[in-house]
Design a protein around this ligand. Structure first.
Ligand SMILES: O=C(O)CCC(=O)C(=O)O
Ligand SMILES: [Mn+2]
Length: 202
């Protein structure tokens, strides 16, 4: 397996996916989005998010005026499509776990999109890691500690990079400050997909 490094308890595999694997994942994401279209989410406070979201798996993460939560159905009422086998294989390879994730959240970042610092804490069990895949334009990923007051460090995530954060880093603050538009040729429309696989149900 290719080299990895750790930053603040986040393990990063730079360039883990070659171009063919990235293209296959993008095709899988487009199939997910054909069944469960991207939505423009709003925070519980009513603020529009800049990313577009959809998901796969038995549960999907959603946000609207009613709060942040997991739902068994896409906002349109359809069931979430299954998590692509390619994504499940990546999860097994890099986490070594037999337990499958319940959710694969799919984020799309246009050139101006970002994601503010946050913790992933809507899951029912924080003992499982989260796996994150970057596809498309480079993203400046900011990592803090479990305590929001701790300092942060940033790392550019490039297309094909995979990150796993678990253990003490599972509840670390993190976010995406900005993209480097035009840095990747993977997506003809530009921008970036990010997948995060999560175990939601204990
Ligand atoms: O886009 C990323 O790299 C991170 C996404 C993220 O933190 C999330 O969806 O909760
Ligand atoms: Mn997150």
């Amino acid at each position: 397996m290719a080299e990895s490094f750790q930053i603040r308890g986040f393990r990063v595999w730079p360039g883990h996916l070659d171009r063919a694997a990235q293209e296959a994942l993008v095709a899988d994401i487009r199939a997910v989005a054909a069944a469960a279209p991207f939505v423009a989410p709003v925070t519980p406070g009513g603020k529009p998010m800049t990313v577009r979201m959809t998901g796969a798996g038995r549960l999907g993460w959603v946000t609207d005026r009613h709060g942040y939560r997991y739902e068994a159905r896409h906002p349109s009422g359809v069931a979430w499509p299954p998590i692509p086998l390619s994504v499940l294989a990546l999860w097994r390879d890099l986490t070594g776990l037999n337990r499958e994730p319940d959710c694969c959240l799919v984020n799309f970042y246009g050139p101006q999109a970002r994601m503010g610092l946050h913790q992933d804490k809507d899951e029912g069990d924080f003992s499982w890691p989260i796996l994150s895949v970057s596809l498309g334009d480079d993203a400046l990923f900011r990592i803090g500690g479990v305590d929001r007051a701790e300092g942060t460090q940033s790392v550019w995530l490039r297309s094909g990079d995979v990150v796993v954060f678990g253990g003490p880093a599972r509840l670390a603050w993190h976010g995406v400050d900005r993209l480097r538009p035009g840095s990747s040729t993977l997506l003809p429309e530009g921008g970036r997909f990010n997948l995060t696989c999560r175990v939601v149900v204990p």
